[in-house]
Design a protein around this ligand. Sequence first.
Ligand SMILES: NC(=O)c1ccc[n+]([C@@H]2O[C@H](COP(=O)([O-])OP(=O)(O)OC[C@H]3O[C@@H](n4cnc5c(N)ncnc54)[C@H](O)[C@@H]3O)[C@@H](O)[C@H]2O)c1
Length: 345
Amino acid sequence: MNSTTILPTTDLVRSLRDLTAERKVLVLVDANTKIHCLPLLADLNFDATLELPAGESSKSHHQLDRIYSSLLKHAFTRSDMIVNLGGGMITDIGGFAAATYMRGIPFVNIPTSLLAMVDAAHGGKVGINYQGVKNYIGSFAEAQSCLIAPEFLQTVPEQELRCGYAEMIKHAILRGGSMYEQLRTTDASRWKDNITADSIRDSFQFKISIVKDDFQESGLRKILNFGHTIGHAVESVMHASSQPINHGEAVAIGMCCASMLSEKYTGLDPEIGANIRTYVYELFGRRAMSNGEIREIARMSRTDKKNAEDSLRMVLLEDIGKPVYDISVPESDILTVLTQYQDRL
Ligand SMILES: NC(=O)c1ccc[n+]([C@@H]2O[C@H](COP(=O)([O-])OP(=O)(O)OC[C@H]3O[C@@H](n4cnc5c(N)ncnc54)[C@H](O)[C@@H]3O)[C@@H](O)[C@H]2O)c1
């Protein structure tokens, strides 16, 4: 069983020292976390530090190969450890390298982006992108520990913070209750006020509570894909465009489309659906996509790993706090809601 702790960086250094005692440690960073986060761990001596270029395109087999090479070069064995110091890109690829090197070595996640703190660093899904498809190669492997220091957020660019906030919104919609009310009743322009140690804890604890009963995603865990079936397709298609989109913005589009489909398929009150969309549009604005891109996104939504054979299975809402999964939706309806999203630009 792994442990997840939220703590100041001084305590994080102490915890990490205990966790890494008497073993070799490779710390994985990207170009930004090397500058902004690694210095806060300067009191610790790592046997190897590997820097990947920042950004989603580093979640690749080429960078994975660099990690394996570094582990081999430093003669890492199964008793050694990888420390993933970064956002979701680093925790995903670093976790996958750890899960597969010598059939698995321990790893610790130190998420440094909001998205990784509330989502990516938890739940054991690790992997890389392949041939333009998100997370196509991967595994399930839990970090031995996850150490969260909200201080790291001080250097995260606003656009990236907003991405993490999209996942906090997703968790709040799925959980409902005070978590959703807190977000909904705060003026969208003051969204950053909602990012506190307590709200970060609520958000990742919600994810952990869902994952603990369904680690391999055979049932309930699927609800965490709310907004992601279409969102991943948006991310993949727009990744190749001249104006790439980041994960959070793509999920925001996915949640808007899922709310429209929920009104049609699962009886979501249209007023609640409209509230979700208004809130998300205020935060993220709306992205123009060409008709060709929309068609490609609809087609690509069907390649999502969660689909059963030919039918597209989605997570929709009966209400706030009442998600339902495995709802069959035809590709033509995906096209319709994407077009509706586009028409309202
Ligand atoms: N495994 C899962 O369950 C899961 C869940 C959600 C998302 N993800 C994955 O997570 C990734 C997205 O995560 P992300 O948004 O953290 O991406 P990311 O790791 O690319 O980080 C976003 C940007 O923020 C920078 N950054 C991170 N921490 C920083 C800091 N403290 N100061 C300054 N800059 C900092 C990074 O260098 C990068 O430029 C995607 O690949 C997505 O598929 C995985």
